[in-house]
Write a protein that binds this ligand. Structure first.
Ligand SMILES: [Zn+2]
Length: 354
């Protein structure tokens, strides 16, 4: 632990006091900005454009994220093998942790928490128990680098299998750091290994997870029922980090959304690069956070598709005043829609024709 992080409150103490906001979605945002390739979704920007990764961390913290999650998502052995860069595994992992720590340090006594990250490996298979050791080794090496970097806690996320989440949790627990473990719930009722999501959450709690919940895949509307069920099933803290897309009962995940208004998509679905028209506005994300917080879900954030504007709205809804609130909307000053005394009447009268 660095001196500055040990002088601030840890994750659990912060959760006992109120909400903790964690901005995620780095893969999507850096892809949108042109620093990362959709498809393999490997966080190569860490090596190719570290300044861009640093700035996105900075933007999210300014907007109210209480956590900087090191950008190691999908930076694991299997993903790097797909792009022929397995030799870059350690530099990428260590580089991401260094970037995250250096940005955290910039915030002085308002230093955000620093989180390490592990995620679904895409090689774990419930039918092949021999994969357990290989996957555990992948988790252990990443957790080890995160511990060496002095992270405050570790996030294990987007697990579609309970079995894989359990291996991730065991790896985090061996490090002695707090563990946040979240599931990615696809279209089926249960997780991919058939386990009910609330049962899976309960088992993780029993295995020592400090925070359990859901992230990614589902937008606010279709994630909320899971959040409520998990909240009722466990007594530990609960996490909810939806994607900011308007998923609904018939298409409950962002991968399953269909766009009848567009005939120029390159594939058979808007996911992952044509989701723009489904994006939730900042008020919808704030409303989700409020509803979740009101049922005692305190670890909140946004996953793939998140922008700083979403994070700021959530932060403000939950009573925070992050640096970016300096520029929060004030439409009273708008030349036509506004009410400020010196605005010109002929513009205000024209408002219905805008
Ligand atoms: Zn996501």
């Amino acid at each position: 632990m660095t001196e500055s992080s040990s002088s601030s409150l840890g994750l659990i103490e912060r959760l006992e006091r109120g909400p903790v906001i964690c901005a995620e979605g780095y893969l999507f945002e850096l892809e949108r900005r042109g620093y990362l390739q959709a498809g393999a979704f490997v966080p190569e920007a860490v090596l190719d454009h570290p300044e861009v990764v640093a700035n996105l961390h900075r933007e999210f913290v300014r907007a109210g994220s209480d956590v900087i999650e090191a950008f190691t998502y999908y930076g694991h052995r299997e993903k790097l093998r797909i792009v022929g860069k397995e030799d870059l595994l350690e530099p990428l992992q260590r580089g991401a942790l260094e970037i995250a720590e250096s940005v955290a340090d910039e915030f002085g006594e308002d230093r955000p928490l620093l989180a390490g990250n592990i995620c679904n490996t895409n090689v774990w298979d419930p039918a092949k128990s021999e994969m357990d050791d290989q996957v555990t080794a992948m988790f252990d090496e990443q957790v080890g680098w995160a511990v060496e970097a002095g992270v405050d806690f570790i996030i294990g996320e987007t697990f579609a299998f309970h079995g894989e989440a359990n291996l991730a949790l065991a790896s985090i627990k061996r490090s002695g750091l707090p563990a946040v473990v979240t599931f990615a719930h696809h279209q089926e009722d249960g997780l991919r290994d058939g386990v009910d999501i609330t049962e899976a959450a309960k088992m993780l709690e029993q295995q020592g997870a400090d925070v359990v919940g859901v992230n990614c895949t589902r937008g606010p509307e279709t994630m909320f029922p899971d959040v409520r069920r998990i909240r009722e099933a466990v007594s530990c803290h609960v996490a909810a980090l939806p994607v900011p897309y308007r998923t609904h009962d018939a298409q409950p995940t962002f991968q399953s959304l269909q766009d009848p208004n567009c005939n120029c998509l390159p594939g058979d679905r808007p996911f992952p690069t044509g989701l723009d028209p489904f994006t939730c506005n900042r008020y919808e994300m704030a409303a989700f956070a409020r509803a979740a917080y009101d049922i005692e879900v305190r670890y909140l954030g946004v996953c793939c598709g998140a922008g700083p504007h979403h994070i700021r709205s959530i932060a403000e809804e939950l009573g925070k005043h992050p640096p970016a609130s300096k520029y929060s909307p004030d439409m009273s000053k708008h030349y036509a829609l506004g009410s400020e005394g010196t605005l010109k009447k002929h513009n205000q009268e024209y408002v219905k024709k805008l």
